[in-house]
Ligand binder design. Structure first.
Ligand code: PZK
Length: 287
């Protein structure tokens, strides 16, 4: 980080810096959030796992859609990226009925204007993955919007391209992950436009922070599914009688170690590289 690097944004657990007019640095911390609260205890290497996985997917999907990745820094937790004109929507694809999708289905029988068959249960696989755009809420939660609202924000032609690209990406990653024991229930991307007008995948892609990862061997529709990465943290927090408002609790070392192991396991299952090799040379995920 040079002294001319300027901080331009913060996510809950990530930071964004400007390197120059054309390049940004996206840095993933080891912070973890649960029930929407960032906890005071970090998970060692979590930011490196997420950065490595994201870079892995950018390399694997580059023939499907261009992406913003320029370089992985030797620290393994930061990516140099092309600066884009970001679209003002979150691109969400759902392959299973969970979270707000399940809530909306229960209330109305549809999700973001997609009519769905009757009688689906919580966590059921959908007949086909659906594109369910959301607005970017500055604070708090993204709000699901209809395709018509999304078209007003990005234009009808661009929206068709965004939807097709999102579904293609999800289809590829979900099939790849399922073969390796991880169900990607849903995922959220950010897309941007480069100076030539081309659509480019940005932000992070198919990490457990941007997607719902479920362990395939415990999949059982009709109930909420355990989280691949955060279940130990949630279970521990549920034992405390914590009211889920800030500040959150410190995590004991066995919860930290178990959670770190789950992140590393997800990385190794998907990237098929020992995590220590990534730490030695982060560029291994690009080959
Ligand atoms: C961009 N964010 C969200 C992510 C944060 C904020 N390639 C790009 N070009 C222009 N803007 C962005 C990107 C990307 N990625 C992404 N905000 C702007 C965000 C992580 C941390 F603080």
């Amino acid at each position: 980080m040079s002294e001319t690097t300027t901080h331009v944004g913060s996510g809950k657990v990530r930071e964004l810096y400007a390197l120059d007019d054309d390049r940004l640095l996206l840095m993933a911390s080891d912070r973890i959030s649960t029930f929407d609260v960032v906890l005071p205890t970090e998970i060692p290497d979590k930011g490196r796992v997420l950065t490595g996985l994201s870079a892995f997917w950018f390399a694997r999907t580059r023939d499907l859609v261009e992406n913003h990745l320029l370089e992985i820094r030797p620290d393994g937790r930061s990516l140099e990226c092309r600066r884009l004109e970001m679209l003002p929507i979150e691109c969400v694809v759902r392959g299973y009925l969970a979270g707000s999708g399940w809530k909306d289905y229960r209330a109305s029988g549809e999700v973001c204007g997609h009519p769905l068959p009757e009688g689906l249960s919580e966590s059921d696989r959908l007949p086909e993955p659906i594109f369910t755009p959301a607005t970017k809420a500055a604070t708090g939660h993204d709000e699901n919007i209809t395709r018509e609202q999304a078209a007003e924000l990005v234009g009808a032609d661009r929206l068709r391209e965004v939807e097709a690209t999102s579904l293609t990406l999800y289809g590829f990653a979900a099939a790849y992950a399922a073969e390796r024991g991880i169900l990607i229930a849903d995922t959220k991307f950010e897309l941007g436009i480069d100076r030539t007008g081309r659509l480019v995948l940005a932000d992070e892609a198919f990490t457990p922070d941007s997607s719902r990862f479920w362990p395939a061997d415990q999949y059982e529709p009709g109930r909420p599914q355990p989280s691949y990465d955060k279940q130990f943290v949630r279970d521990y927090c549920e034992t405390l009688g914590w009211d889920k408002t800030d500040p959150g609790p410190e995590l004991p070392e066995e919860v930290v170690a178990g959670t770190r192991a789950r992140y590393v396991e997800a990385f190794e299952l998907l990237a098929e590289i020992p995590f220590d090799r990534y730490l030695d040379d982060p560029e291994v995920v690009l080959r």
